[in-house]
Design a binder for this molecule. Sequence first.
Ligand code: TRH
Length: 382
Amino acid sequence: MPARWDIFCRVVDNFGDAGVCWRLARQLAREHAIGPTLWLDDPAVLSRIAPGVDPRAPLQRVDGVTVRRWTDPLAPYEPAEVVIEAFGCGLPEDYARAIAARPVPPRWIVLEYLSAEAWVERTHGLPSPHPRLGIARQFWFPGFSEATGGLLRERGLLAARDAFRDDSAAGAAIWPALGMDPPPAENLRILLFCYPNPALPELLDAWADGESGVTCIVPDGVAAGALDRWAGGNVPHRGHPLVRGRLALHSVPFVEQDAFDRLLWSCDVNFVRGEDSFVRAQWAARPFVWHIYPQAERAHWVKLEAFLDTQLEGVEAAAARAQRRFWGAWNGDSRCGPLAGAWPEFAGARPQLARHGEAWARQLAALPDLASGLVSACGSLV
Ligand code: TRH
């Protein structure tokens, strides 16, 4: 009997909560013959990045995943044998009580946020008993080493990436699909997926006034306020780029996750954010810039430093410095100086950073992926 898996997810904000759970659920279905149920409180968010998902349907099956709207209270439902609680979202009260009443409780995994901090290795896999009901739960921390829960990585991902890069027709096809002309070959292609960032206008100015051409691709609605102000009423919209100096800014629609990967694979520099796009940029193995999710009291800077320390190991000193400085300035660390001033150095370090990005992706791909790790730990059969 294949085990039943339930994944519970609340959308806190943006797309990452739904995005991570959707990626995991699809991989369980595709690669492990597990048809999980994804309980989601806001399927409309998922439908932006998974067009097959109907934002209104209470129950639907898409890509081998049963997607159910998480309502409060939940209609009577028999808990699964493996339960994933994503990002500490908790479980519905009746569901948790039903688990507590079972003679053999399900495996209950608390899937946590990704971090490269050292404590993650010590905490991954530890028990985390439910504070009130006393049921056994287990922490699952994604991470960058064997002592963690690993990263989401579909089977054959790097081979698919390389095949795409070798296929010029496939590469050319992505631009019209986004509603834009192919960028001029000599232009630097930059994907800009970030949070609101007060430093953005100075970077756009630097690109516009720079010596080489830049094609910057911005998903709909991203950095909207800063772009509006910078564009001064001439905001780029679908099919109508804003061209200023050497910069062409293109607004493109949100695309489904596999197409988003292909966009990352097609750009020279990827500005990404949060958690899932940050990981996908690492699989893309091109120089990238992380806009980390901001936390109170700048707790996120510690997380940023921990990742830089891990990822930059072995990189030539000047290139590592350039990445640290630019990432710091992009994330509002005034010690790193003005963002525009940090750009030329970062752009100049691209060849070294790209070489290192390839090695880093290979190193990560040698580790077990997160979904396979979960299946080994929880079992696909009961
Ligand atoms: O959207 P994010 O900022 O998401 C989150 C949330 O803020 C969340 O609360 C926080 O916990 C988490 O970050 C750390 O960034 P992220 O994680 O990169 O998620 C974006 C998702 O959207 C990811 O799955 C990729 C997907 N996506 C597409 O599929 N197509 C697109 O066109 C774009 C722009 C994104």
